[in-house]
Design a protein around this ligand. Sequence first.
Ligand code: NAD
Length: 322
Amino acid sequence: MGKVFVTRKVPDIGINILQDAGHEVVVSEKDGVLTREELINALKADSYDAVFCLLTDKIDGEVYDAAPSAKIWANYAVGFGNLDLDDAKERGITVTNTPGVLTDTVAEYAVALMLAVAKRIPEADRFTKELKYQGWAPELLLGADLKGKTLGIVGAGRIGSGVASRAYYGLGMKIIYYDVNPNKQLEKELRATFKANVDDIMKEADVISVHVPLLDSTKHLISRARLQMMKSTAFLINTSRGPVVDENALVELLRDGTVRAAGLDVFEEEPRLAHGLPELSNVVVTPHIASATEETRGKMSEMAATNIKEFLAGNKPPNPVT
Ligand code: NAD
């Protein structure tokens, strides 16, 4: 039977699956992310057959080499930008992720951020708790309606499509989208319009919601120049990965009002926020919690563990990253 290292405490369901399959499971005892050095040392301390890792672990050749017998690295996330896939391939390592189980949760969250920004809910909450509310007023904390407005989806995969569907059916929004692969189903079901380049989304949408994976081709896809193309009334939602948006440029443009407002669950240098971001009132920020529900985190743990269990049993894991 195999020995599995888990880089941080995760919901028990995954650990139980591995133990029930007869594997020995060692969970990092640190209350937090292991530093690169701590991770390498922990891996070298024993001989592991599999690693259950998190999106907060930055994994490249040197880290893989610290566990030479581990030929499967199961990421507890749908994203996989934290693992160097070329280095994995060179070493014959299989990387897996947890697609699908967090689609609905993250799509709900992106819509929640859209509404929070459009209706200025966090700002209103602070205002009220600070006892600034002096009575109803016609122009107090005016927000924006979403019905009839255009939602621009950047990356119409699982989550992007889930957001589009909720916005179309639930909020009565029109959908335009950009993706390297046109999504015919979205066009048919939601009467979504495909745009051949991201600039058209930036110029035409009232709300832009970003759902591409972090790849070389998507780093700063939402660049300063593109942010400057946004309508003066439009706002940006990012629940994908921080580096997809030029965060420093966004802060400047939010500050000078070029971008009206934004909702961000992810940041370029997590957990650090770009200089000046926390002081802005026209941005809603949350600590990368779009998939953080009890149900979903449990399913992710189950899925990552199943990938390891199947691999160690000599089978193809259900969710290899290709
Ligand atoms: P997915 O693979 O189903 O969809 C991604 C879409 O992006 C695909 O349709 C793909 O064709 C498109 N795409 C890829 N490169 C592109 C490019 N250069 N330009 C335009 N489109 C491009 O993935 P998903 O399950 O919808 O997840 C999307 C991302 O959301 C993940 O990669 C992850 O980084 C992020 N995510 C964040 C959280 C969170 O907690 N905030 C949770 C889950 C996922």
